[in-house]
Design a protein around this ligand. Sequence first.
Ligand SMILES: N[C@@H](CCC(=O)N[C@@H](CS)C(=O)NCC(=O)O)C(=O)O
Ligand SMILES: [Fe+2]
Length: 295
Amino acid sequence: MTIPMVQAWFDPATNTVSYLVHDPASGEAAIIDPVLDFTANDAHIGTGSAETMLAAAEAQGLTLRWLLETHAHADHLSAAHHLRARTGVPIVIGQHITAVQAIFAPLFEADDVTPDGSQFDRLVADGDSLPLGKLAIAVMHTPGHTPACVTYLIGDAAFVGDTLFMPDFGTARTDFPGGSAAELYRSARQILALTPETRIFVGHDYLPAGRSEIRWETTVAQQRAGNVHVHDGVSEAEFVALRTARDATLAAPQLILPSLQVNIRAGALPPPTADGHTYLRLPVNELGSLPLQKV
Ligand SMILES: N[C@@H](CCC(=O)N[C@@H](CS)C(=O)NCC(=O)O)C(=O)O
Ligand SMILES: [Fe+2]
């Protein structure tokens, strides 16, 4: 089997991991979950993190083929739109992004966002395959954290987004609209049914107590043996109880409001108003009124 090369960048502001993965035989590459730099105190947007990844791809002579989003992130802005504008490369996301858009476009009165996924270039479903040189990108629909979450399996490397985190941290929250602890359990088990040597690359690391270095790579075998939420032997009912109890303690992510209005637009900012300025919206006392997650 051809083994893809994987390079990772960790964003300390949001604890997000972005990846550049390539087929060594052809030099074809994909960027996964790139971060758009954003500081909430001054609403400043920067493209430094995205440009660093692009420069790395260029320095290695890689041909960028795909911009892959594992889901509409609720904690950081996506740089996919910026990278598409810079390179012309298509943005890929799970087809159920339409459900996420249908929930969040009204919250922001984002009248420019038709909830049909047309802001992206390719909507993928479970079982779809995209070419990457001699490799294929196999799509697994892995909902639970959000309804649209997908895992991209490239050779022996699974990019799981926010389904599984490192074994000592566990799993992602399931309390966002359209989230479901039971679905997340089934998605996790589907990932853990891959061959034990499969490398797993996670979308965040939150440095649990007792560990001092950030990590993002593990394996199916390690997750099955030691994931604190879904190791082998944990039943769906046990997981749902544990996940639901933990979710009840979590505050909304710091950047949920800026992130979702940008990420349902594939990382584009809202259109400028008549005065030529661009504004992000902070709907007041609205977030809590969204439809609850599925059980
Ligand atoms: N403190 C972080 C939390 C971000 C967050 O909620 N992350 C999601 C993934 S988008 C998650 O699953 N977190 C797991 C947890 O905190 O247990 C922030 O404010 O940005
Ligand atoms: Fe997430």
